[in-house]
Unconditional design. Structure first.
Lengths: 446, 183
């Protein structure tokens, strides 16, 4: 029943909305699925022990809050108010009284149980189809107690996948640039956080300018641009160990780095004598290859998920446009032909779309187009925004937006925002500091 | 680009009104339609030639001195660029010739050319654009006898504006290449 509902939600509504999207941003227009997330039940003894270890009064409720917030943020679910729940968590997990849940209009129900087993956190959860009165899924996880938020994210991923048929994106992290200070002397630090903003951590101290961090899609390595010793260079950083190294030995500025989909190469721009071209470096044998050779600016390269093609930004036509080519640099073809300038193309992990930034008549847009340049759709318009990054399932884009300053140069801010591929569900991703250049990791667990 | 052109057209219209008021009045009396055509063509030709200065900008290149510092007396440290451009203007070439003369006299000095862009572009493209602008200045200094050994280039893209405003004048100040003493 729910499955059927979702087929309709995903395939009919997006088509309906496409015609409307252009520039207009309408929020919450989808019909989100009403879902009840019952607090995970916990026995008194386990509860007390977890309170000791994690300083959380009721870890069962905390985990279910993580799930609830994730589902709400996705824009596809409407978690119902707990005050209306009639059944106690422990009894609901054994066998829900479906009439009670359908009375409050829940179509799906999540229940579960938390225990402490050998100093480990054990969580089991069940997903129920309320209308059909059936269990759809039951899983259990065991992990160290400090991983409790991740358990919440993994549960959300499983529920999301079961109900939508697409992989989730909740057990993921965002690496970004944390910004502070006046616009003319901005202090920038690399920072990393969970997809929902929790567990924020700074990775650099702010002594040198850092820009454009990007995750390796296969592991927890990051590539980024650092002005260490006033030499702008692409670096490779292992976020587990903190070890880092310069990528390649280029006599000048390297920038705009990204990993290949297999994580074995870094593709980037190298600027020399006023000309930027695209290069790759193999991380295993350190072999450097020149991919483009043109007197114009060639930058912002991004591989297709199969590694066969590269999209990039070039001004060889006179102004910034988007091009694609084979990964060896042959068959260069311009794909953006709309009005305005185009930058920062990023290939979707699904392979069918390229997200981009567009500048037209003094406004900036985040949009998507097919890989041949057809079907351009602009998702959001603003004074300044750029640098979209895809969620690992290719469903959501995260990007950054800057505000216009007043006549005295005051009022500047930079923030992360996310938006659904359909142009709906535009949301501020809250960060402690100002933030820019977000990059979404792949799923941490699979 | 389109944005700036629009801005220019509105500026030029103001100028014409101010200077050609009498002529316009006469035309208006004779034939309203003819006036409109003439007015439009004047506005267009004014835009095409783009020689009038509007405040501290010529075209959209900054011509003021607010932010300029001096390497030595009479030797300005920076040159300015039009949106998305790295072409040196006549004034920029004059500034760079002064810098070259000063560098020839002070042969032990080495310099860094810092290239910058305004905030109205994507970060990565602007890094490349800043590098291109600084190299335009470098090439010109080299043609006036300054060895490339003495010049290094550093692009900041849009990362280090001098003016934090979000308006065309602020942006014009930020599109620049600055010559900085390195020793």
């Amino acid at each position: 029943m729910i499955r059927k509902f979702y087929l309709i939600l995903f395939f009919i509504i997006p088509f309906n909305t496409w015609a409307l999207i252009e520039v207009d941003i309408t929020r919450g227009n989808l019909n989100p699925l009403p879902i009840a997330v019952s607090p995970l039940s916990i026995d008194e003894e386990s509860r007390k022990k977890f309170e000791n270890i994690l300083k959380k009064e009721n870890i069962g409720s905390e985990i279910s809050s993580v799930v609830e917030k994730n589902l709400k943020t996705s824009g596809l679910f409407n978690p119902l108010n707990k005050d209306a729940f009639l059944q106690a968590p422990d009894i609901a997990n054994l066998k829900p009284r479906f009439e009670d849940w359908s009375l409050i209009k829940a179509q799906a129900l999540i229940t579960g149980k938390v225990n402490l087993v050998d100093e480990k956190l054990r969580v089991e959860f069940r997903l129920w189809d309320v209308l059909a009165g059936k269990e759809m899924m039951a899983l259990a996880f065991t992990t160290v107690p400090t991983n409790w938020r991740r358990v919440g994210h993994i549960i959300t991923d499983k529920v999301y996948e079961r109900l939508t048929g697409e992989k989730g994106y909740f057990d993921t992290r965002i690496i970004y640039v944390a910004e502070e200070g006046p616009k003319t002397r901005r202090i920038k630090r690399l920072a990393i956080m969970d997809q929902d903003g929790a567990n924020n951590k700074f990775l650099t101290l702010g002594n040198e300018l850092v820009l454009t961090p990007r995750f390796n899609p296969t592991n927890q390595m990051v590539t980024y641009l650092s002005y260490f010793r006033n030499l702008p260079r692409v670096y490779l950083l292992d976020i587990e160990t903190g070890m880092q190294e310069v990528v390649g030995d280029f006599p000048g500025m390297t920038f705009a780095p990204r990993f290949s989909p297999d994580g074995k190469k870094i593709i980037m721009s190298f600027a020399k004598d006023g000309n930027s071209d695209i290069y790759t470096m193999d991380l295993e044998n350190r072999i450097v290859e020149k991919i483009t050779n043109h007197p114009s600016i060639d930058t912002s390269p991004s591989y297709s998920p199969d590694g066969q093609y590269i999209c990039f930004n070039s001004d060889r036509s006179g102004y910034q446009q988007i091009y694609i080519m084979k990964s060896d640099g042959t068959n260069v073809k311009r794909i953006s032909f709309g009005k305005g300038l185009y930058g920062t193309p990023v290939w979707s992990p699904r392979g069918d779309l390229i997200a981009f930034t567009k500048l037209h008549k003094g406004k900036f847009y985040i949009g998507v187009m097919r890989t041949d340049g057809s079907g351009e759709r602009l998702l959001t318009e603003n004074f300044y925004q750029e640098a979209p990054s895809w969620s690992p399932n290719g469903r959501v884009l995260i990007f950054y937006r800057e505000t216009k300053t007043d006549d005295k140069g005051k009022g500047f801010s930079a923030k992360l925002w996310s938006i659904d591929l359909t142009g709906y569900n535009e949301r501020l991703v809250s960060t402690d500091t100002d933030a820019s250049d977000p990059s979404w990791s792949s799923l941490l667990s699979n | 680009m389109i944005f700036f052109l629009k801005h220019l057209i509105s500026c030029e219209k103001v100028n014409i009104k101010k200077f050609d008021q009498g002529a316009i009045m006469k035309l208006n009396k004779i034939l309203k339609n003819a006036f409109l055509i003439v007015f439009a063509s004047i506005a267009l030709s004014a835009c095409a030639t783009q020689k009038k200065t509007t405040g501290q900008m010529q075209g959209d290149v900054y011509t003021g001195t607010d932010t300029v510092e001096y390497l030595a007396s009479g030797v300005p440290d920076r040159v300015f660029f039009a949106t998305n451009e790295s072409v040196l203007t006549t004034a920029s070439r004059e500034t760079l010739r002064k810098q070259a003369a000063w560098l020839r006299k002070n042969s032990s000095i080495t310099i860094v050319l810092e290239g910058h862009a305004d905030e109205r572009g994507t970060r990565e493209y602007n890094l490349a654009l800043g590098e291109r602008r600084a190299n335009a200045a470098k090439d010109y200094l080299m043609t006036y006898g300054i060895s490339s050994d003495r010049i290094s280039v550093l692009s900041y893209g849009k990362e280090r504006p001098v003016d934090s405003g979000s308006n065309p004048l602020a942006w014009s100040k930020n599109r620049r290449s600055v010559t900085v003493k390195a020793n």
